[in-house]
Write a new protein. Structure first.
Length: 243
């Protein structure tokens, strides 16, 4: 039975991916910083293992992957976003978002690659964002980090292409997650719009006029794990926003 590790697995897209991969018969380990949140998902999903891990910390990543053993599939989903105009973006915020969204994917991928290369099989899926494909105002650090994730994806894919591995990215648009809930709260606080108006504004970015559901992203991840001819690609899940 193949073993899949999902970072940021305590909620949102990570939890949806875990549910899908469990249904597909994989052994699943969820990683995240909040043990309480991981335990809640474990109780909800059943059949998953959990492991505390701060993906931005090299020692934490090394210890976590040592604890979970061989990994056949890695889904780099952990990340965070915070808004600020560029001229008000502190160096601390810049570094924190790059660490959470880009360095974490690097550290976790580096941890699993030796075993995958030795076995000559494995898949890495990086959960990027449409922010890896275009710009968004007031989230320069997040966009820079996600563009970096896509560059990392393409470089890794070329390194491992002849060795039985695949590395791809999924790039969701605005998705029904805690991050979007926070974005709604920010819009309400700064503009005085209602929550419904804020949600509608975000949904309008999608030509279908709706937020992406985590399950739609999970379906794409599951497909990439079986699509052995797909490597180094950025699959947008956004209803056509990035065409």
């Amino acid at each position: 039975m193949k073993h899949a590790v999902i970072t940021g697995g305590g909620s949102g897209i990570g939890a949806a991916v875990a549910k899908r991969l469990l249904a597909d018969g994989l052994r699943v380990t969820l990683m995240g910083r909040s043990v309480t949140r991981l335990q809640a998902r474990q109780a909800e999903l059943g059949g998953v293992a959990i492991q505390a891990c701060d993906v931005s910390d090299e020692a934490s990543v090394a210890a976590a992957f040592m604890a979970v053993g061989d990994v056949d599939i890695l889904v780099n989903n952990a990340g965070q976003v915070e808004t600020a105009p560029l001229h008000k973006t502190s160096l601390e915020l810049w570094r924190r978002l790059l660490d959470a969204n880009l360095t974490g994917s690097f550290l976790c991928s580096r941890a699993v690659l030796p075993g995958m290369l030795e076995r000559r099989q494995g898949s890495i899926v990086n959960v990027a964002s449409t922010a890896a494909l275009k710009g968004y105002a007031y989230v320069a650090a997040y966009c820079a980090a996600k563009h970096g994730v896509l560059g990392l994806t393409r470089a890794m894919a070329l390194e491992v292409a002849a060795k039985g591995l695949t590395v791809n990215a999924v790039c969701p648009g605005y998705t029904e997650t805690d991050i979007v809930a926070q974005a709604v709260d920010t819009i309400v606080a700064k503009t005085g719009r209602t929550a419904a108006q804020a949600r509608a504004e975000l949904a309008r970015a999608n030509p279908r006029g709706q937020l992406i559901q985590p399950e739609e992203v999970a379906d794409t991840v599951a497909w990439l794990l079986t699509a052995t001819g797909v490597n180094g690609q950025a699959i947008a899940v956004c209803g056509g926003e990035t065409m």
